[in-house]
Design a binder for this molecule. Sequence first.
Ligand code: GCO
Ligand code: MG
Length: 402
Amino acid sequence: MKITDAQVIVTAPGRNYVTLKLVTDDGVVGYGDATLNGRELAVAAYLTEHVLPLLAGRDASRIGDTWQYLYKGAYWRRGPVTMTAISAVDQALWDIKGKVAGLPVHELLGGKAREALTVYGHASGADVDGLLADVARHLELGYTAVRVQAKIPGMDSTYGTHTGAQIYEPASGALPTEETWNTAAYLDFVPAMMKRVRDEFGYGFHLLHDVHHRLTPIEAARLGGALEPYRLFWLEDATPAEDQEAFRLIRSHTVTPLAVGEVFNTIWDCRQLISERLIDYIRTPVTHAGGISHVRRIMDLADLYGVRSGCHGPGDISPIGMAANLHLDLAIPNFGIQEYMGHRDPAGEVFDWGYRYEGGMLWLSDRPGLGVEVDEEAARRYPYDPKYLPVARLADGGMHDW
Ligand code: GCO
Ligand code: MG
């Protein structure tokens, strides 16, 4: 079973997505998600120029060997662009293997370890009242876990919040928009926001919050302590994620559970955090960290240390990458929770995905492979549309972490 054709599909149905399509000599088609928000064409070019020529004629059944060939063979290891490209190949090969076997990928990973996957949804608001209305909406929809964010008073805009019914879209503008960040205002606001949420809705559901890497370790320690009465499921990305040792300081001050890892791309980024038990949830998704093959190794390492999964699942991971997360989630022993934002219209015109939301959980269909099909004609109707994530500056103009 040889790879005879390969193609990179760039399309923007609601937002940009990069998809790798591999075809075998038997006509089996596999898809992989290669979307790296704001840097889409770097991965598309990496695949087209440096990976596809190496795949022609390779045995599509040898997923592990192809992975090692692309990882070790490049000499330049790791990094988001490389690891997203390798991930796309890995996903497409798992998709092909599943289709050839007539089995969903989770069956190839050992089969279901649970029936469905508990997800958390995103509630947000332009103020706390707006947030409360959105939390109520999520609870009515059956969510048992809700991430809460609201616009911080005194700041012009706050990342991760939306006002309309559509899910929020982090990337906007042909150039990055600039947001002004104020740590003191944020640290005062978040505990008060959490109190309002618990006072209104009680403790019968999980509450999560994302800091987007904006605090120093001691600030994060203070926030974690201040949030203890509200019993968070997790506090996410409290500090810039590349500084693994920072978590030691946070950990020594608070029992609020910690999650990190959506920007990681290999097991090496997570190793110290996991083996020193500095975190509770590892968020590295299939799309950005070498695919199912590599993220499975991360989750295995995490399981040894009692760390559970909480894969990144924003709208900027395509339905293919989302499905890949879900197949892995379904099979691993240490599943924790799955982020679920959904996809903006008209993504459904291009991608036909085999999972559905019901009762606070995502349910995978029995479709073989990853279970997502791509309508290439529809993809052509939505050409690439350059968009960037915003940047954060302080009031004095200095760049801030995010
Ligand atoms: C999350 C996130 C996202 C990211 C976005 C970047 O937890 O879902 O932090 O909103 O910022 O995916 O591309
Ligand atoms: Mg996040």
